[in-house]
Design a protein around this ligand. Sequence first.
Ligand code: PGA
Length: 226
Amino acid sequence: MRKLIIANWKLNPLTLASAQQLAASVGSSKHEVVICPPSAFLAQIKVPILGAQDCFWKLKGPFTGETSPAQLKDLGVRYCIIGHSERRALGETDDMVAAKLQALLEQGITPVLCVGFGTTVGEDKLDVTEALRPQLDSALRDTDPKKVVVAYEPVWAIGTGKPATSEHAEQIALFIKTKYGIEKVLYGGSVNGVNAQEFLSQNHIDGLLVGSNSLIPDEFNKIITS
Ligand code: PGA
């Protein structure tokens, strides 16, 4: 079944030449594969589907250092990650994430809303859903949930080499779909070439958000051919 696989390169690599090399190493896939390079390289990366890692909630004006969703649209960006744990750790609030989500929808860019910041190791469903609720309630208020992709990324699984179990991720994906009417839920956190298939074979997991292993061509190509 065709799923959605998103590569989040984060603040890597350091030169345009290596970014172009990395983009060129992405093989073909039956899945929808989206590459999110650092914003500095967005205009010069050739990939079938381009994504961004973040954006601002205003389109233009005196906002030094920010990136407008209108600029992303102009560059052909089709998906934009918002609310990543690494941004929430820098102080991004639920209100900011909600405003970004609206601004993206107005530009016709699909928001990839990350939730999972504030979860702690342990897979008690009630604890996890309590942590996710404010993040989902705030961002999805007055929004058509069918236009939003949600990525469940338990913060303890990000970049640690310790993924959640596929059973846990499946349970939480089902909760997000049932409670919020979301149609596409991704799992992210220590996805690699070995465990990708297990996540992708779950009924309610519609794809993956991949960090570290999207920087390793062999590993990423294994993931997208899973
Ligand atoms: P990871 O990161 O794959 O390195 O765990 C995932 C993410 O932060 O989106």
